[in-house]
Design a protein around this ligand. Structure first.
Ligand SMILES: [Zn+2]
Length: 299
């Protein structure tokens, strides 16, 4: 279980989400056959977008689609997040999962080198029923992911936010992964900001705290500098879950049009589609495709 908790600090003037996503990031690494560098990138990306499931999604009909492309060798990173009661459900995919770069001079994985620094972060919050959406687009600042999302909250939402994300990878897999997101309420004071800055200067990295088995509450106290934090919700969960189905891929095939469908039937006689997010395979034989062709003809 990937534990997530929400807190209020400094008498309610500061809100905070903390997450331990070690298990989910391990699953993502295996599923997408990631390298250490792309594990760090996708782990950070999945963790922040998953946390946003608790701050940005207000309605079960809402879902977030986040695209990040820094024009680096990984290509586009995509995350789709849904929310069901106390669970944030995340699925991710990336163009090039096998990118591996030399370590940086400080011995760290070169996430920004893999993601790139010259593109955009695009966040779409869509409601399925009303088909309305809100889009926020900001340029990528560093490609290290945490800073890029901080920029999104500052520029697109005018919300001062501190984001830390960390993934510790060793030869056996993901040893620790997680993150936190601190947001100042409009009534936050100068003293609150100074207290948080001071706390962050002395705080160990998020991956180190998770690796040391610190509880989310301990982490929240450490990074806010507030011993009297209030727990808003502590039994939240984040998990990897794909919502693909045969019906969705059928609709996709119908939507490519009569001409394209006929071409597939003639040339291949079948279609084998692999879901980008969960790697599940869906096979459509000639009969299936002919039935879909009839349906697309009725449109
Ligand atoms: Zn799927």
């Amino acid at each position: 279980m990937n534990r997530v908790a929400k807190f209020l600090a400094h008498e309610g003037r500061v809100s905070l989400v903390c997450a331990n996503t070690t298990e989910m990031v391990n699953e993502i690494m295996r599923l997408h056959d990631l390298t250490p560098t792309t594990t760090a990138a996708m782990g950070r990306f999945a963790t922040i977008t998953g946390m946003m499931g608790f701050t940005e999604i207000k309605d079960t009909e809402d879902f977030l689609t986040v695209q990040m492309n820094g024009k680096g060798p990984m290509g586009t990173l995509i995350s789709v997040v849904r929310r069901e009661a106390f669970t944030s459900k995340v699925k991710v995919c990336v163009d090039n999962p096998h990118v591996e770069l030399p370590l940086k001079s400080n011995g760290k994985l070169d996430v920004s080198g893999a993601v790139g620094q010259n593109g955009f972060l695009n966040i779409i919050n869509k409601n399925e029923v009303t088909d309305t959406n809100y889009t926020g687009l900001v340029p990528i600042v560093t490609g290290e992911i945490a800073e890029d999302f901080t920029e999104y909250f500052a520029k697109s939402q005018q919300k001062p936010t501190v984001i830390a994300l960390g993934v510790l990878v060793n030869k056996d897999g993901v040893k620790a992964a997680g993150g936190y997101m601190i947001q100042l309420m409009p009534d936050a004071t100068e003293e609150d900001i100074v207290a948080i800055e001071k706390a962050l200067e002395n705080a160990p990295s998020i991956s180190q705290m998770i690796d040391e088995n610190k509880s989310l509450e301990e982490i929240a106290r450490t990074v806010t500098g507030d011993e009297d934090i209030m727990i808003l919700a502590q039994e939240l969960d984040m998990k990897y879950e794909c919502d693909c189905s045969r019906e969705k891929f059928e609709r996709g095939l119908i939507s490519i049009g009569k001409e394209e469908l006929s071409k597939i039937i003639e040339e291949d006689g079948q279609a084998n589609i692999v879901c980008n997010f969960c790697k599940k395979e869906y096979n459509f034989d000639k009969e299936d495709l002919e039935e879909l062709l009839r349906q697309s003809g009725n449109k």
